[in-house]
Design a protein around this ligand. Structure first.
Ligand code: MSP
Length: 514
């Protein structure tokens, strides 16, 4: 079954930051999970390259907009490859095929009678690329997000007749399965309930945009063009640019994963545009929370922006992936705290999981000829660790489709904690000294090793490299395709060789601020 998921298409006004990395890592975990569930995944990411914000950034850097976009979009591509993001598509909205698609889409919307001429007056934030609602008597308002003066605009534009879709959009956002998490629904419902107003989809003062066919001097509003990037990405498969092909190319998306700030565009404007063009709607829109750093908003002026490249080179992908997915409730805002980051990585991964594996594997090697011990519990599903293993699998299979990474990670960790507990309770190091206890010790060691195998398998979508190292330490290959068989208790074969242990996760020490 096909499963299309998308990250937002990131603005190339600046190099990638931790916010975009966060969304992309989460989507990567979901994409990896769905592949293991045998879904035919199309994981889309890419960049949003038009608009005034990018035009201005290029000017400041004395580069042509295209040159600037080429540079930043290369950085995104490189960064995603360094983080081992498994995206299937990377779409650039400056790709000429995208223009073809935008023109086709516009023709459909026009044919539906949804394009009208109008006058747009209001306060515009170039940083947000959005008109802002401000009190009528405001003299020179600032953007509440960018803390920069808004710009007054008064121009003739083309408008999309969003107001015609009031009832359909109201029905859509009132559904309980369209916007996730539930905590984000009300805000959108309130916005829609106030009455939808037509919105302008062209600009006369922005040269760095796609030309509107038949409208001299007009370029498409960057959001109109950007949302269509999701469709272009799917048709970027070597075939024709033809909207008719979309439904066999992975559309509709199963989920658009986005930050909470751009929920309105995805849950209101975008579905209406698709309705107008006669195309199916995405199944879900997930609006995640924002990351702060040590309780403060990250920003250039505060000089506290976390650089994903530095983070990766100093700490490695596993550590960061684990921390972000395990500690942040993806739907809510989250705070990056350096000490907590170190503590969790060291406690969870290096100690609880890594040490458990090494200790147990060393004992098994020492007493059972470098191999997995013989054990009755290999086929005993009533063993407490087998039972907890099964419950853990169920929790992971239930929570990951909901993007509840934290719930999944905590359950996996809990299994390792229980396995550690089992080792302490059964104290094989003491029992092994007693007469006739070898079989019992073998059984206990097996149960713990088998639990670490399950932990290793279940970690695969979240921290793939670490998962591979854990399984390798147990003489197994990394999880690669359908994982159903690997999720069953008893996968370790008694008598199979256990390689010489080496730490699967180094402790993380940082003597400077990230
Ligand atoms: N170009 C538009 C999206 C178009 S989608 C067709 C855009 N780009 S963006 O680069 O400004 O933002 C991309 C995403 O990064 C947004 O989802 C935004 O919410 C997210 N984040 C920006 N800062 C963030 C944090 N501090 N924390 C988490 N996510 C953040 O909007």
């Amino acid at each position: 079954m096909s499963f299309t998921l998308t990250t937002p298409l990131y603005y190339v006004n600046d190099k990638p930051h931790l916010g975009s990395t966060y969304t992309t890592l989460a989507c990567d975990a979901l994409a990896r999970f769905e592949r293991l569930q045998s879904r035919d995944v199309v994981f889309v990411t890419g960049v949003d390259e038009h608009g005034q914000k990018i035009q201005r950034t290029a000017e400041q850097q004395q580069l042509s907009p295209q040159e600037h976009c080429d540079r930043v979009s290369d950085r995104y591509r490189e960064l995603w490859s360094q983080w081992q993001i498994t995206n299937d598509r990377f779409i650039r909205t400056t790709n000429p095929r995208h223009l073809e698609l935008v023109e086709q889409f516009y023709a459909r919307v026009q044919a539906s009678g949804d394009i009208v001429r109008g006058r747009q007056t209001g306060w515009y934030c170039v940083g947000c690329e959005e008109y802002k609602d401000v009190p009528a008597d405001a003299d020179q308002p600032d953007c509440s997000i960018h803390a920069k003066p808004l710009e007054w605009r008064d121009e003739e534009n083309l408008f999309f007749r969003l107001s015609r879709y009031q009832n359909d959009i109201e029905a859509l956002v009132n559904r309980d399965d369209f916007i996730a998490p539930a905590s984000r629904r009300q805000e959108v419902r309130n916005f829609v309930a106030q009455g939808l107003r037509d919105f302008s989809i062209s600009r006369v003062n922005v040269s760095w945009g796609l030309p509107v066919p038949g409208e001299d001097g007009h370029t498409f509003y960057v959001w109109f063009d950007a949302l269509l990037g999701y469709l272009s990405a799917l048709l970027d498969d070597g075939g024709e640019v033809d909207l008719e092909r979309l439904t066999t190319a992975g559309w509709p998306a199963s989920v658009h994963v986005i930050g909470k700030d751009i929920l309105r565009f995805h849950a209101v404007y975008w579905p209406a545009m698709l309705m107008s063009a006669g195309l199916p709607l995405p199944k879900h829109v997930f609006g995640h929370g924002f990351l702060t750093r040590e309780g403060q908003k990250m920003g250039k002026s505060l000089g506290n922006v976390l650089d994903p490249e530095k983070l990766l080179s100093m700490c490695g992908a596993d550590a960061v992936r684990w921390y972000l997915l395990r500690d942040m409730q993806f739907g809510d805002d989250g705070d990056f705290q350096q000490q907590r980051f170190l503590d969790l990585v060291n406690n969870d991964l290096a100690n609880t999981i890594g040490n458990l594996l090494n200790r147990t594997s060393s004992m098994a090697r020492k007493w059972f000829s470098d191999a997995v011990p013989p054990a009755d519990c290999a086929s005993d599903e009533s063993h407490p660790l087998a039972q907890q293993g099964q419950q853990t699998v169920e929790i992971v299979l239930d929570s990951l489709p909901k993007l509840s990474f934290k719930v999944a990670a905590e359950a996996i960790l809990q299994l390792a904690i229980s396995a550690n507990g089992h080792l302490s309770e059964t104290a094989p190091w003491t029992r092994m000294k007693q007469e006739g206890q070898e079989a019992a010790v073998g059984n206990d060691l097996y149960a713990v090793l088998e639990s670490t195998r399950l932990v290793g398998v279940l970690l695969s979508p979240l921290v793939p490299d670490l998962s591979g190292r854990i399984l390798n330490q147990l003489g197994h290959d990394p999880v690669q395709s359908d994982w159903t068989t690997q999720l069953r208790w008893g996968g370790l074969r008694s008598g199979s060789a256990l390689p010489k242990p080496s730490p699967v996760m180094q402790r993380l020490e940082l003597d400077e601020d990230l």
